[in-house]
Write a protein that binds this ligand. Sequence first.
Ligand code: ADE
Length: 320
Amino acid sequence: ENIFYSGDKLNIPFDAKWEFPKERLELGDILGEGAFGKVVKAMATGGICSYQTNVTVAVKMLKEDATEYEVRNLLEEMQVMKTIGAHKNIVNLLGTCTQDGPRYLYLVVEYAAHGNLRDFLRTHRGQEYGYELPHQHMKTLPTPPSHLDMKPLTQKDLLSFCYQIARGMEYLTSKKIVHRDLAARNILVYDDLVLKIADFGLTRKVADQDYYRKMTNGRVPVKWMAPEALHDHKYSAKSDVWSYGVLLWEVYTLGGSPLATVPMEKLLDLLRAGYRMEKPPYASYEIHTVMLGCWRLNPKDRLPFAELVVQFDKFLSDCK
Ligand code: ADE
């Protein structure tokens, strides 16, 4: 089951259920680039997964100079995606290209036509949005690109976003997956405003939901991190709940930057002293109460994802 990477020579076992021929991928533009590698837009021809015809996909791959650590991470991501199964609110695996060796591994996933949630929210800010605008001194605000569908977002859309992410996280948690980098930049927007949780690069499957595991390396998204993750590298479903609370704040500020004025070295003391972000203008008091329920200092006291699903389901049915 586990693949132990040891140099380029080792081949990944052929898995007929997932293997997709590289020749049938027509690679296009780069969609994203990170320390981990890159994501390239592509056309999968001749049918992939349950699709019968050509379909636009996203292909996750390593960079030329990928380290062994990054190779291992992508292999682990593949294993996680294969084993957890499909869910509407996570970015699902469609296929893999494994037979050129671990360094040339491709993960083929569902392509999100509308990009990541943070940028999506920001491009959907109306001109009346007077919060945290970078050019408030300017008479005219930059007009959004005309090719974008600029239908304004409604309160119901925002509630639906929160609900869908909670559903995806409830599913991941049930599969013992701790995400560790839950943030609007790692949520992808699909047609009909379907949201899916992406970037399993930092995820770890853990033996038990309450088991804490230390992150060994990598970037640290401090403004999204629970105090115990900041202080002790303790990650759990409950530290994901904290990050989910910050994600709620991002949704209700239409892509604002959390704790933007707080210096990193003061962050932990402030949070321990009980400082929390205030209610964003677009959020109701009930929504802010949910945020605060995600940001309780003791991980045990935070709302579970199952409860967050119930809450947002209720808010949605109360909405018009
Ligand atoms: N950027 C990163 N992953 C992506 C995906 N699956 N679809 C669209 N853009 C992406």
